[in-house]
Design a protein. Sequence first.
Length: 212
Amino acid sequence: MEWATQRFQQLDSKKAKRIIDAAVSVFAEKGYDAANTNEIAKAAGIAVGSLFQYFKTKENLFRYVIQQGAGIIETDIGAILKAEISGREKLHRLMLLTVRACQKYPEYQQLYHEITATGNRDFIVDIARELESYAAAGLIKLIKQGRERGDIRTDLPAEILAFTVDNAMVMMQYSLSTPYFKGRAQLYQVAEPNEFAEQMTEILWSALEKRS
């Protein structure tokens, strides 16, 4: 379904980006329910009436924002899965992708945290599940690819191995991008981001690697 109207799709890229950036910022800070379309329009430098010419409802705007963020990450994950590299290197690149996403799109990370932690509307839960389904499928594929190459263990279900990796990635993401989890990570003296990614790769790979 197209969440944006044709009028929005015809906007010049700079104005469209300004509107989406404003929406991401307000949704990330306030959450869906408390976010105000007047505030979003003001931050974007447009009239609220214009905003509703671009997105018929606040829900449509929210869904479009999430869709845009998911598309960025899905493209990068897809490239990693297709690469002709070892399972360990794929895992390492996923860890580094998590770091880069937190550095480049911190408000998207906060927004994702908001919808997974406090989502109390059915459509928000559905959005979260849709995002998580893509990640789950990709990680299960990574595990199965590794098994075909003979470098990932086969004594446990691919799904539980993928679930373990996914949980580690989510906590790593939150630890790099949300205030509470940043503070929590400091209790463990977590390393700087790139070294953190390398350490997480080593820990996870030691759990995934096929025993000789």
